[in-house]
Design a protein around this ligand. Structure first.
Ligand code: ADP
Ligand code: MG
Length: 405
């Protein structure tokens, strides 16, 4: 089993997938633009070979170089787990005639308007939306859908350039603010709670499933710096409201013709019980969601994903034992982290539920909280009961305080 893996060292968590592939018996060939010396240790150890290319996003160039590099060698899979490269992986698969999801299928997971059209055509509930290229088109969409609306990039990530819009004046302002975005999606604003639906699929069939709740909704978390955003995996997937989201997810996977690999979907639960599709990618969720899922069941999804991709099997016992919450922290002040308050007493009280303390320590520079949800670090806590997990997570959110200056 010979697997080409795009960008094995960046972002750093990619190295875990490389490690997983090697553990299930694959020979892994890495292609990336980092210097081989810059690869994380576990990636370097797991790789059979590495091709450094000048620009990993340059499809034609990467194709030509990989063709030359792999001359005379057999390739069984070409994989990428980083969102900006999933289409390129599909292009390479098609060029080399390798099994896996086609370019057109992957496009359904990348282009937010196309994805909604395909899902809507399957009779599933998506927000009303329009692809918009000018302020005039935006106003026409506003007339059709009414306010409030959401304006966001067609190919966005991390709530970047995403705005809620409540009036004509707001719309004009936001169309100015998003002038640098070539194409935006103008959507009906769906009021409600926000969840994920995550899977590992084999030929479109989910062999692993997860749901997590965002507290608060990602757009709010990204708008207010003082918030310590929480994401908590839901242990009990049999609750009726969660089942409805999972059933929506099943329909979406079918409508988009999912193949084998990770998916990460977001969905909304309205106060009246209606569930509405948000978005989906054919790759895992970011910001340590895979670690959270692993802690929920004490499993290793990096390896199980690899097993699914290489051997179409999933062996872990994914019984859900915990609700696992990640709490992202943002220091007060600019510059370098100077102090962390309340961590000691938090550990005294809840230490046995804490599985990972990854807060930036004093002396480190603050991270840009708008660019990375991870912000100035995080703690992960878990508890078998939902209410207790949230109590502990909220204590971490309010009682641990980081200061910078
Ligand atoms: N139609 C919508 N109604 C309400 N909120 C939305 C809508 N679309 C996006 N949002 C908010 O903006 C966030 C980011 O949008 P999303 O479509 O998930 O893009 P991305 O996560 O790729 O930036 C969502 O998590 C949600 O909080
Ligand atoms: Mg999103």
């Amino acid at each position: 089993m010979d697997v080409i893996f795009l960008s094995p060292g960046y972002p750093p968590e990619m190295s875990h997938y490389v490690r997983g592939l090697a553990e299930v018996g694959a020979r892994v060939w890495g292609v990336g633009d980092s210097h081989p010396q810059a690869l994380p240790d576990n990636a370097r150890q797991a790789l059979a070979g590495y091709l450094q290319v000048p620009r990993i996003m340059d499809e034609q160039d990467v194709l030509a170089r990989v063709r030359e590099w792999m001359k005379g060698r057999n390739i069984d899979r070409i994989e990428a787990q980083w969102e900006p490269l999933v289409l390129e992986a599909a292009r390479l698969r098609e060029a080399f005639g390798i099994p896996g999801m086609s370019y057109d299928t992957v496009l359904g997971f990348r282009d937010k308007q196309l994805m909604k059209e395909r899902i809507k055509a399957a009779g599933l509930r998506v927000p009303h939306s329009a692809r918009v290229r000018s302020p005039a088109e935006a106003r026409a969409a506003a007339e059709r859908f009414g306010y409030p609306l959401i304006v966001k990039p067609i190919a966005g990530a991390g709530s970047a350039d995403t705005y809620r819009v409540d009036s004509d004046a707001d719309l004009d302002r936001v169309m100015q603010l998003t002038r640098h975005v070539p194409e935006v999606s103008v959507e009906e604003f769906v009021e409600g709670e926000e969840f994920t639906y995550d899977t590992v699929c084999i030929d479109g069939r989910p062999v692993y499933e997860n749901v997590a709740q965002y507290l608060p909704r990602p757009l709010d978390a990204r708008t207010h710096e003082w918030i310590s955003p929480i994401i908590c995996t839901v242990r009990d997937l049999d609750q009726p409201k969660i089942r409805k989201g999972i059933e929506l997810g099943h329909g979406v996977l079918k409508a988009l013709n999912m193949g084998t690999g990770f998916t990460h979907m977001e969905w909304y639960l309205k106060a009246n019980g209606e569930v509405v599709f948000g978005e989906i990618g054919c790759r895992p969720g970011g910001a340590h969601l895979v670690d959270q899922m692993n802690y929920t069941s004490d499993i290793d999804l990096f390896r199980e994903w690899a097993r699914a991709v290489c051997w179409k099997s999933f062996e872990a016992d994914a019984t859900r034992r915990y609700n696992t919450a990640i709490v992202f922290k943002r220091a007060i002040g600019e510059g370098r982290i100077r102090a962390i308050d309340g961590l000691g007493s938090f550990k005294d009280q809840y230490g046995r539920y804490l599985v990972w303390d990854n807060l930036l320590r004093p002396g480190n520079n603050r991270r840009n909280w708008k660019q990375t949800l991870v912000s100035d670090g995080f703690v992960i806590v878990r508890h078998p009961r939902w209410d207790d997990a949230l109590t502990i997570a909220r204590a971490a959110a309010t009682d641990i305080r980081m200061y910078a200056s």
